[in-house]
Design a protein around this ligand. Structure first.
Ligand SMILES: [Zn+2]
Ligand SMILES: [Zn+2]
Length: 312
């Protein structure tokens, strides 16, 4: 289960100032769930390359499927994922799910089913954001804001992708300790008076920050603590709007960018990293499918540490 499921469940993303944009399918009912692991039980006549009994991670960010489509050909179908499972098509909170092509079934060896499921969104999203930062220089600082399920995956993968062990900022003490237990070098509370100033004083500012929350307060904190030429990557969809003096962009040489999940090729890279032991497991717990609604409520209240995986 992903925090995005909440937005799709509610039907909108918050754009700030009372404005909203639609999240997910407009035709209901819709079965949620885009982090899916399963076993092939049947294949259509054109589903060559998959065999009954294959255990696979499902790549859910499925595009239009037109071989002439420029987005799909560039490997960016995830940015136009018109057939995304659990978003526009029925997803994985279910016993069965229909995947439109066997190329979206990714093999993996090793990690348990529940953990492997998380690679399809939280793992992939964290990896996609870290890739946008790329390799950092020794001594550079990396900040991860928000140590929920996706942020925790970011903590786990940061060193493998950027070469730098991250600092974590989270308002929740339980998540800060979980982040430290999962490889963060330090964990701070960004909510206090003067927290950004104190943080800059001790670190000199960060080369890059990833905002896994995407709220007004977190994006503001992330942009404030960048050093010159720093990069802020915004991933979370909590919502709101950001006000920023325009001269800060040229004067500080900073950049802001957004990152949304990742490509099919990137999912294969994430799974390869996990299999080679370059990325440790995030904390997760399993619950029966019948607890889906209760778990959405727990996610909304910020009561989940790591990931909850439903086991239909
Ligand atoms: Zn997700
Ligand atoms: Zn397409």
């Amino acid at each position: 289960m992903c925090h995005s499921d909440l937005h799709i469940w509610e039907g909108y993303f918050d754009l700030g100032g009372g404005r909203r944009t639609q999240a997910g399918a407009s035709t209901l009912p819709l079965t949620l769930g885009h982090e899916i692991v399963g076993e092939v039980v049947a294949g259509g006549p054109e589903a060559a390359g998959s065999a009954i009994g294959d255990k696979r991670v499902v790549y859910p960010w499925i595009g239009c499927g037109d071989p002439a489509c420029p987005e799909c050909r560039r490997g960016e179908e995830h940015m136009w994922a018109r057939r995304a499972l659990g978003v526009f098509r029925h997803g994985g909170y279910s016993d069965y799910v229909l995947v439109p092509h066997p190329r979206y079934l990714v093999p993996r060896d090793g990690p348990p089913d529940a953990l492997a499921a998380t690679y399809a969104c939280s793992g992939l999203t964290a990896y996609g954001a870290l890739q946008k930062i790329g390799r950092l220089a020794p001594g550079d600082k990396l900040l991860i804001i928000g140590a929920g399920g996706v942020g925790m995956a970011g903590v786990r993968m940061a060193a493998a992708v950027t070469g730098v062990t991250p600092i974590v900022a989270d308002i929740d003490p339980a998540r800060r300790s979980a982040a430290l237990a999962n490889g963060a070098i330090a964990a701070i509370d960004p909510s206090g008076e003067g927290a950004a100033k104190d943080f800059i004083k001790t670190t000199g500012g960060v080369a890059a920050a990833i905002d896994f929350v995407g709220a007004e307060a977190t994006a503001k904190f992330g942009s404030a603590v960048l050093r010159k030429s720093g990069k802020l990557v915004i991933v979370g969809l909590f919502g709101g709007a950001l006000q920023m003096p325009i001269p800060f962009f040229p004067l500080r040489g900073i950049s802001f960018m957004g990152s949304n999940v990742g490509s099919l090729a990137a999912l294969k890279e994430v799974i390869a990293l996990a299999q080679h032991g370059a990325v440790g497991p995030i904390p997760y717990a399993t619950r029966p499918l019948a607890q889906a609604a209760q778990t959405l409520a727990d996610l909304k209240e910020g009561k989940v540490v790591g990931r909850v995986v439903l086991t239909p």
